[in-house]
Ligand binder design. Structure first.
Ligand code: UTP
Length: 296
């Protein structure tokens, strides 16, 4: 079995839900407290031992590349001022992982974005992390997924229980239980089903560990929902026919996750993370309590 080393982060979507903020800035660069959302995701990949990160970018890619590169001008200004604390924080993002970039060109869907990773990934299993989903570092998910993939082969998706009225927002998995409480066998996947048609309450969230057979399947996947090439459609093929690329398992995540692709959840993520920060939290919580008591 391969030890998984490569992470792919698709970041070429249009980010229409955040317009006009995302007119000239990728949504992945929007700050969550004082770090861009994408940095949390690269930190998560590095923490799971994935030190080779390929970002799929589109228009406005410069800010993403610059963020993970050195900024000598800024660094020497901070050095001159003796501001070591900020210097360390500025350097952190350029030391997390070996970064690679490829352009998607036309944003033809998440499946198409993943297909753009094929020349870099080659013939080995790899992880995919979506920048919209922030997984709290205290609740590691990716390491468990790579462990299951290395043991079982095939592909592994991350699943989360959601309320029936939420399932139409996600890909949904049909599953069989396994002896491990947090692991299921995925027998089918449907993209954004109505509550009545959903095979379970298990939603696919933005972490995947994929067998490279997914590339061949994606090449033959016709545009689906919204005219986009859907990753879920390719995973459905893999789940339906084990001969293509081994089994598909799901790891059921019960930890803290923030969906920063949605404006409401983005605001909630910032408030929660700010409350938990040692430096900002105490003052911010006091203000928030007063605000809730007097203004809500
Ligand atoms: P979303 O469905 O959230 O689309 O993509 P989006 O365009 O980024 O955002 P909205 O819905 O218009 O606000 C899920 C993930 O897939 C990437 C996005 O960057 C995001 O991380 N993606 C999507 C691509 O890389 N390429 C695509 O063609 C589509």
């Amino acid at each position: 079995m391969h030890k998984i080393q490569k992470a792919v982060i698709p970041a070429a979507g249009l980010g229409t839900r955040f317009l006009p903020a995302t007119k000239a800035t990728p949504k992945e660069m929007l700050p969550v407290v004082d770090k861009p959302a994408i940095q949390y995701v690269v930190e998560e990949a590095a923490a799971a031992g994935l030190n080779d990160v390929l970002m799929i970018t589109g228009r406005n890619k410069r800010a993403l590349e610059d963020h993970f590169d050195r900024n000598y001008e800024l660094e020497s200004a901070l050095t001159r001022k003796g501001d070591d604390e900020r210097l360390v924080r500025v350097q952190e993002s350029s030391e997390l992982a070996t970064m690679h970039y490829v352009r998607q060109g036309d944003p033809k869907g998440l499946g198409h974005a993943v297909l753009c990773a094929e020349p870099h990934v080659g013939d080995e299993p790899f992880a995919v992390l979506l920048g919209d989903d922030l997984i709290d570092p205290r609740d590691p998910l990716l390491a468990r997924m790579t462990e299951i993939q290395e043991r079982e082969g095939g592909s592994v998706v991350a699943l989360m229980e959601v309320a029936p009225e939420q399932i139409h927002l996600y890909g949904c998995a049909a599953v069989e239980v396994t002896p491990e409480a947090d692991v299921v066998r995925v027998t089918g996947l449907v993209e954004k089903p109505e509550a009545g048609d959903a095979p379970s309450n298990l939603a696919v969230i933005g972490r995947y560990v994929l067998d490279p057979a997914v590339f061949g399947v994606l090449r033959d996947t016709e545009p689906g929902r919204g005219g986009e090439i859907q990753l879920t459609d390719a995973l459905q093929q893999l789940a339906a026919d084990e001969k293509l690329g081994g089994p598909v398992h799901g790891v059921v995540f019960r930890g803290r996750r923030y969906d920063t692709g949605d404006r409401g959840d983005y605001l909630r993520a910032i408030v929660r993370l700010a409350c938990e920060r040692e430096d900002l939290g105490p003052d911010f919580r006091t203000w928030l309590r007063d605000f809730a008591a007097t203004e809500l």
